[in-house]
Write a protein that binds this ligand. Structure first.
Ligand SMILES: Nc1nc2c(ncn2[C@@H]2O[C@H](COP(=O)(O)OP(=O)(O)O)[C@@H](O)[C@H]2O)c(=O)[nH]1
Ligand code: SF4
Ligand SMILES: [Mg+2]
Length: 397
């Protein structure tokens, strides 16, 4: 991924569902048009959904997800169900493509699944160039599903702008948190960022949350000063007034907290990102369950991906140790990663999810909704560690 591109995790995710041969892949290609750049494409086997990141006006930065129809994969039912669930978990807007007269049984399954999840849904009638009566066909869709379909032809590239505009109208309110720090700063504030002594990024770079925070503070018209923990004293001395806000890496929280001027507010990168990438209030509420944990309980620690470049030992070492210190050595801790997230959460007293840096906000919100439905409290790494180390009560979020 180049410097110019929006990280995939921050893009609007639009997934296409429908029968095999309804023209899902053709539609995605037609929508990219001439003027749009195909910036990434990862394809696997035929059953794997394909993710295409692109800039398309007026939608902006998005990811189109091309999925397989039932017909492609009947033999692989279970595998496919898991993959479908993982796509739906990430979907901000769902598109169901209709192109063939007949019973709408497969389309109905998609529409029902999408509605059950409360996802915004766009119906598209494709192949208008070949359908005997596109208007009558659309009328059937309207009647049977109470949907207002857009009528298009992927091969003739007609109706593409109608799809783009309809999608734009369907962007959900909670698709993104507009600003990482906006709720904690005012224009003109000085903000001091404190990084760990050993910067955890390849030479010449910073990790993405730090880069995104700096950009966000500049967007908020703040003055930004960055220092490693060892230079914190000098950084404070260099300022005529104490900073309005300090944002620290949680690893150096104790030393930063001890040097914090009384009137300066303090927060941590991981807690800030809990808002940006999820629902910090729900996570703080979930973290309260940590106080109630008993030795006989079972906790689920879930990682969204299987490669965990930076926080590899948090799930397996750090969190279990802190949790057992609090609840007792007998506490059971299960760690899962990737799409292995259990469907049944009822055995668990608490779910602690990773920061989900590789995934979009919707992904965590979907898992949060699942946990809420099961009546199981859920929090994330950043908030859980802040809670377990006594930080949470001392910071703003
Ligand atoms: N006549 C016509 N054929 C189309 C249209 N869109 C797709 N097709 C054809 O339908 C077939 C299936 O398209 P594809 O995009 O692979 O469908 P998918 O299985 O849903 O991804 C291909 O032969 C396409 O050329 C369309 O708008 N009009
Ligand atoms: S925070 Fe989650 S998504 Fe990010 S690297 Fe770790 S396990 Fe993967
Ligand atoms: Mg296809």
């Amino acid at each position: 991924m180049g410097f110019q591109q929006t990280p995939q995790a921050n893009r609007l995710h639009i997934a296409f569902f429908g029968r095999t041969n309804s023209g899902k892949s053709s539609l995605i290609n037609a929508l990219t048009g001439q003027e749009t750049a195909l910036v990434s494409e990862q394809s696997g086997t035929t059953t794997d959904p394909v993710f295409k990141a692109m800039e398309i006006q007026p939608l902006g930065a998005c990811v189109f997800i091309d999925t397989a129809g039932f017909g492609d994969t009947t033999a692989l039912g279970a595998l496919r169900a898991g993959k479908t669930r993982s796509v739906l978990d990430r979907t901000d807007i769902a598109v169901v493509v209709f192109a063939e007269d007949g019973d709408f049984s497969e389309e109905k399954q998609w529409v029902d699944t999408i509605r059950r999840r409360g996802l915004p849904l766009l119906a598209v009638v494709n192949k208008s160039d070949a359908l005997p009566d596109p208007a009558a066909f659309a009328e059937r869709v309207r009647k049977e599903f109470a949907l207002e379909p857009v009528i298009v032809s992927a091969v003739r590239k007609t109706g593409m702008q109608d799809i783009r505009e309809a999608l734009t109208r369907l962007i959900p309110e909670d698709f993104e948190v507009k600003s990482i720090c906006g709720h904690l700063v005012n224009e003109g504030d000085t903000v001091l960022l404190v990084m760990p002594q050993d910067i955890q990024a390849p030479k010449g770079r910073l990790i993405l949350p730090q880069v995104q925070t700096i950009r966000d503070l500049l967007d908020n018209q703040c003055l930004v000063l960055c220092a490693t923990a060892g230079k914190l004293g000098q950084a404070l001395d260099a300022l005529q007034q104490p900073p309005a806000l300090m944002i620290t890496d949680s690893q150096v929280f104790a030393e930063v907290y001890s040097q914090k001027p009384p009137q300066t507010r303090l927060t941590s990168f991981s807690v800030l990102f809990s808002r940006y990438k999820g629902d910090v209030d729900a996570f703080v509420e979930g973290a309260a369950a940590i106080d109630r944990l008993r030795e006989t309980d079972r906790v689920l620690i879930a990682e969204a991906c299987t490669h965990r470049p930076l926080d590899g030992d948090i799930a397996r070492v750090k969190l279990p140790r802190l949790l057992r210190k609090k609840a007792g050595e007998g506490l059971s801790v299960d760690v899962v990663s990737g799409v292995d997230f259990p469907k049944d959460l009822s055995p668990y007293a608490l779910v602690i999810h990773c920061g989900s840096c590789m995934f979009n906000r919707k992904y965590l919100l979907s898992r949060l909704a699942g946990a809420r439905e099961a009546g199981v409290p859920m929090t994330n790494y950043g908030v859980a560690i802040a809670k377990l180390t006594g930080i949470l009560e001392k910071i703003d979020y």
